[in-house]
Design a protein around this ligand. Structure first.
Ligand SMILES: Cc1cc2nc3c(=O)[nH]c(=O)nc-3n(C[C@H](O)[C@H](O)[C@H](O)COP(=O)(O)OP(=O)(O)OC[C@H]3O[C@@H](n4cnc5c(N)ncnc54)[C@H](O)[C@@H]3O)c2cc1C
Length: 485
């Protein structure tokens, strides 16, 4: 029996991007050591650096907070929500409720880390509180892993090999049996008052595809483990097939942890021998690599990691504005690009292969700076993630760590023919082309007018002609690159 008389009284568990009750080390710690636990969420986008959550992320967050509140109520508690400056709100609650300890799970965005370090120093040194943070976000702490020369890794494969050789199974914490409560909780405000949802509900279609929250995360993992995982390496590049786990938004909001996924896939605590599982963990390690890079190179979201790209001759904003809008709306006239951009708008998510193609088309064929694409993804993705998004864009643009060489420019027609050979993916998202059979759908401009009309896809059905010539814009991109080589 724990000696309750020895327990200090009140703890705050500050939820952030760890919106779950299972495997939540901060929550577990507070529930084990305190008599009264206040589960707190603070909506404070102002102190997160220049990257407050985008519109689609806010929609997800709204539902995820509701789901967390529901889970906490099942443990005889609830989520206490405030909006405003984190430091000021914490200080006020600490004084008003006589709080003895504050606990949270770490975030790794550079601006958030700086803010949190100040708050921690203040709570410990000025208020004499117990204050601890935990890793509930990453498989390995970025500071643990360095090359033989003591430098940060800039290449993925050696980092991944090291993680496999030096296998560490993250600890996983059970759901607390109960969240101790000795007095009433602070009032807080209802989640609706955060006004995270848009005035016009353009997000309605998201929920046909997603269930934000811990339960939704576990149903995705179950679906994946009981089917697609067996063929992951074969199917992960086929956008018309549900061959992937679709866990990215759940991971981003911390509704499931990387540790829980590893435990589910490797219950014996050893690295998997199965190549499909290893292939899947390798992708999770790309997430680690992105966060590792962001921690070691905090300029990743704003500046190219290869500094020579700072002088890249991008087109000027006034000359590319209409092309950017066509790309955002899925009206470029290049079917697989438009399919991806429309999937993004409708579902808040896009398949990884198509993310690479749309990003390559924007940065290379349209010669638009990668930061424009990164910003659009940031606003429209439900999994918008500072490290993965920045790393993904820099990788495709050729300016990131371990990036694809600039001169490897994806041809969206041949890529479409290869990864969507029957055209199922394009047909689903670009209904104007639905009547074209087979892989011809990837280059409708090649079809003779008569065939197009027969297929119901004559130009007057609204689908545009390509806004650029793929061959000449490829050459333009290569000669732009020559200027910074
Ligand atoms: C231009 C661009 C932008 C991207 N922006 C984001 C973003 O904002 N948020 C985001 O989570 N991912 C981003 N990615 C990575 C990747 O596209 C998504 O993680 C993936 O599509 C999510 O689907 P999934 O969960 O089914 O992936 P799965 O194939 O099932 O992989 C499992 C998990 O591994 C991680 N992962 C997989 N591939 C990558 C990768 N290439 N880089 C980093 N992590 C990876 C993700 O956490 C993913 O949920 C981006 C990629 C590109 C090329």
């Amino acid at each position: 029996m724990p000696d309750n008389t020895a327990n200090p009284q009140t703890a705050i568990v500050w939820f952030r991007q760890d919106l779950r009750v299972a495997d939540n080390p901060a929550l577990s710690y507070a529930c084990r050591h305190f008599e009264h636990v206040i589960p707190l969420y603070i909506w404070d986008p102002e102190t997160e650096g220049g990257w407050p959550p985008g519109a689609a992320s806010r929609c997800w967050l709204h539902h995820s907070l509701k789901a967390l509140d529901h889970s906490l109520r099942q443990l005889d508690s609830r989520l206490v929500i405030y909006a405003g400056d984190s430091h000021a709100i914490l200080e006020e609650l600490i004084r008003k409720y006589g709080v003895d300890g504050v606990f949270w799970n770490r975030r790794y965005e550079p601006a958030v880390q700086t803010r949190d370090a100040h708050i921690k120093a203040f709570l410990k040194n000025q208020l004499n509180l117990e204050c601890r943070s935990f890793n509930a976000w990453l498989w390995r702490e970025p500071s643990e892993l360095k090359t033989g020369q003591g430098n940060p890794y800039r290449v993925f494969t050696p980092l991944w090999k090291r993680m496999l050789q030096d296998w560490r199974q993250p600890a996983v914490y059970p759901i607390p049996e109960k969240i101790p409560q000795k007095q009433s909780l602070p009032q807080g405000k209802p989640v609706d008052q955060l006004a995270l949802l848009p005035a016009i509900n353009w997000d309605q279609s998201f929920y046909l595809y997603w269930q934000p929250g811990e339960q939704g995360a576990w149903s995705q993992l179950k679906r994946f483990r009981e089917g697609p995982l067996d063929d992951y390496l074969d199917d992960r590049d086929i956008p018309s097939v549900e061959g992937i786990s679709r866990l990215s938004p759940h991971l981003h909001f911390g509704e499931i942890s990387v540790g829980q996924i590893i435990h589910t896939l490797c219950p014996d605590g050893n690295p998997p021998v199965d190549r499909q599982k290893t292939g899947y963990l390798r992708q999770l390690a790309w997430r680690e690599f992105s966060w590792y890079l962001l921690c070691h190179f905090p300029q990743l979201p704003e500046q190219p990691l290869y500094s020579k790209f700072a002088g890249f001759p991008w087109r000027t904003k006034s000359s590319y504005r209409s092309d950017l809008i066509a790309w955002q709306k899925g009206m470029t006239g290049i079917p697989i690009i438009d399919a991806g951009m429309r999937e993004l708008w409708t579902t808040g998510w896009m398949h990884n292969r198509v993310r690479m193609l749309t990003a390559s088309f924007l940065t290379k064929n349209l010669l638009i700076p990668w930061q424009e694409g990164q910003a659009w993804f940031w606003d429209t993705l439900v999994d918008a993630d500072l490290a993965n998004n920045s790393q993904g864009w820099q990788w495709v643009a050729g300016c990131g760590a371990d990036a694809a060489p600039y001169f490897r420019i994806f041809n969206p027609v041949t890529q479409g023919e290869r990864f969507d050979p029957e055209g199922h993916y394009v047909r689903r998202w670009v209904p104007e082309l639905a009547a074209i059979n087979g892989k011809a759908i990837h280059a409708p401009w090649r079809l003779r007018q008569g065939i197009l009309e027969e297929a119901g896809s004559a130009p007057d059905n609204g689908y545009p002609q390509p806004i650029v010539n793929l061959k000449t814009t490829r050459e333009r991109a290569l000669s732009a690159y020559q200027q910074i080589r």
